[in-house]
Write a protein that binds this ligand. Structure first.
Ligand SMILES: Cc1cc2nc3c(=O)[nH]c(=O)nc-3n(C[C@H](O)[C@H](O)[C@H](O)COP(=O)(O)O)c2cc1C
Length: 381
């Protein structure tokens, strides 16, 4: 019943897109009839290649996609990206001192896995740049992906042309009508309107207001709604707003297949919808995440402001790893600090389930709501 034009176009059974950094979630969702979309930013081309091989083997003939973060503005943009050493020189000593004091105050231990720390730091510096994105795109095009999406900006024409030559569609996340219009002009095939409630980088306009305006602005390009979907009633709402499907993120962080840090998973299960905020403290750009001692510290006006992309990720990457290592061991300070991106729908995410079960539940709830709406005009009667 939920099958529509998007399903035809992208060979899906249900118009539910699942953004995730966990290859096993992509596999589960794509095999269950939705489209898993792997967030590649933060991976080396080699790691990404291994993940794509795994997904391709586990999802024969199914639809899956890839997402990158290539913002319109970042430090080193003129050069297409700077080396790690050049980027490090842009990080002020005051920021390093503040971070060291924060870790001392919360008694966070020294790094355990030095090799992992160095690799994370290097990825933090390289993944948000044209040269970093190009290296990932070169890998993506070796696999039978259906969709290539940019989280934060407009892809260069070379990416779009290469994708279209291979029959791959291009999509982009937008949080404002003016950004949607720019993406339309740049030739995207699908627009993902992402509201204030969403987890990760997001703007400050709610979906109820954003989606209908984006739908009207970019017609006839299809729009799907991102943000706030944790049950089928919200899919019905998205469709009523003019979207042709939903793009989801947070809901997969609580699945059995997700690589979410176990302490963070526990925190998510206990959190309410009032426990998130948009903060620059994790990437340098506003991203919705769980409130914690980490966000409290960075939001405090007497402390330094987060740095622009990708300097902030570079600054904090080792600190975040130290916090995660300590939180795993149950250390108090790190447990207070540890957090992750999550949407306002966290208040609806109370238990861990297999990803396929989550997808089937979303669809069943949607169908029930639509049937009740048709019969009684109310989803609850
Ligand atoms: C942990 C996490 C990481 C995210 N990282 C990215 C990313 O790298 N690229 C991207 O396009 N969107 C990213 N997002 C946003 C998602 O693509 C999606 O739009 C959002 O999660 C939808 O809102 P929801 O969380 O309420 O489902 C991320 C979201 C979360 C929760």
């Amino acid at each position: 019943m939920i099958k529509n034009a998007i399903c035809e176009e992208y060979s899906m059974k249900v118009p539910v897109f699942a953004f995730t950094h966990s290859p096993d979630v992509v596999i589960a969702v794509s095999n269950a009839g939705g489209m898993g979309v792997l967030g590649a930013s933060g991976m080396t081309p080699e790691e990404f290649d291994r993940a794509m091989q795994k997904i391709t083997e586990a999802c024969p003939g199914k639809s899956f996609g890839v997402d990158l973060i290539l913002p319109n503005k970042y430090v080193g943009m003129e050069e297409g990206g700077l080396t790690l050493e050049a980027l490090q020189k842009h990080i002020p000593q005051g920021h390093k001192d503040f971070l060291n004091h924060l870790l001392e105050d919360y008694e966070v231990s020294e790094i355990e896995d030095r090799q992992k720390a160095d690799s994370l730091t290097s990825k933090a510096g390289s993944s948000v740049s044209l040269s970093g994105a190009r290296a990932l795109v070169n890998v993506a095009f070796n696999y039978p992906i259906k969709l290539l999406v940019n989280a934060l900006g407009i892809f260069p024409a070379e990416f779009r042309e290469r994708a279209h030559a291979q029959g791959i569609k291009i999509g982009a996340l937008v949080g404002q009508v003016k950004h949607a219009l720019k993406q339309k002009e740049a030739g995207v095939d699908i627009v993902i309107a992402q509201g204030y409630e969403a987890g990760g980088h997001t703007g400050d306009i709610a979906n109820t207001v954003l989606v209908p305006q984006v739908v009207d602005a970019v017609a006839p390009i299809p729009v799907i709604m991102a943000g706030g979907v944790a049950d089928g009633r919200q899919i019905a709402a998205a469709m009523a707003l003019g979207a042709q499907g939903v793009w989801t993120g947070s809901v997969w962080l609580m699945t059995e297949e997700s690589e979410t840090h176990p302490v963070v998973k526990k925190k998510f299960a206990q959190a309410t919808s009032a426990d998130t905020l948009r903060s620059r403290s994790s990437t340098g750009k506003h991203a919705r995440q769980l409130k914690s001692a980490w966000t409290d510290a960075w939001e405090d006006p007497k402390n330094p402001d987060p740095l622009p992309m990708p300097l902030h990720s570079l600054l904090i990457s080792e600190a975040k790893q130290r916090i995660e290592e300590d939180a795993l061991k149950g250390k108090k300070g790190a447990t207070e600090l540890v957090n992750y991106f999550i949407g306002q729908n966290v208040g609806m995410l109370t238990e861990e389930r297999p990803a396929a079960e989550v997808l089937n539940k979303l669809v069943k709830e949607y169908e029930t709501v639509m049937e009740k709406l048709g019969k009684t005009g109310s989803p609850s009667r």
